[in-house]
Design a protein around this ligand. Structure first.
Ligand SMILES: [Fe+2]
Length: 186
């Protein structure tokens, strides 16, 4: 069995060796996949905290250099993110329950904050053990969560920066804005 510090060190080392985001997620996805089999034993009770008001973001690790972060997200049925992007690569693993993801495609091919033509894309149902990943440029835009009639979900999210803010998109005004996102310290 690995340890949480060893897993994080392995992720950091692989990310540092990869010049491109697409290469980094390819290098990290297999070790995240392996880690998911042991994560129930290696994570701490505080990583499983839920919040009745919104999905909970429990920080597992935030690099001092701000170039890597790992969060355990805990989803109570009915809790969803807004439509968002990350401005970073990411590797996500599902630990408990089925995480739903709806992807969106930006049709205007621009990068600004207004005049955004967003079309809904596919829907993914991600079961325990599943690993998914994304890279920026163009932005990966999606909404994730858990339907009200489903089981609670715990998922692990590794990003190539400190994920303390992201863009959220508004379909009606065809715009996006950057917002800070809170987390629970470990
Ligand atoms: Fe996301």
């Amino acid at each position: 069995m690995t340890s949480l510090p060893a897993f994080i060190a392995d992720c950091r080392s692989r990310a540092a060796q990869c010049e491109h985001a697409a290469i980094a997620v390819e290098a990290i996805a297999p070790i995240m996949h392996r880690f998911m089999r042991e994560a129930e034993q290696l994570l701490k009770p505080e990583h499983f905290r839920a919040d009745p008001d919104h999905y909970a973001r429990n920080a597992v690790y935030i690099a001092p250099e701000q170039d890597l972060s790992l969060f355990a997200l805990v989803w109570t049925p009915g809790q969803w993110t807004p439509i968002h992007d990350h401005g970073s690569w990411g590797v996500v693993g599902v630990l408990r329950g089925t995480l739903y993801e709806r992807s969106y495609v930006r049709m205007d091919r621009e990068t600004g904050d207004v005049g955004i033509d967003l079309k809904p894309g596919g829907v993914f149902l991600l079961d325990p053990g599943t690993i998914t990943s994304f890279v920026p440029n163009p932005d990966h835009i999606h909404r994730t969560g858990v339907p009200a009639d489903a089981q609670p979900v715990v998922s692990l999210h590794l990003y190539g920066r400190n994920m303390d803010s992201f863009h959220i998109y508004d379909l009606d005004s065809r715009s996006r804005r950057r917002v800070n996102v809170a987390h629970n310290e470990s």
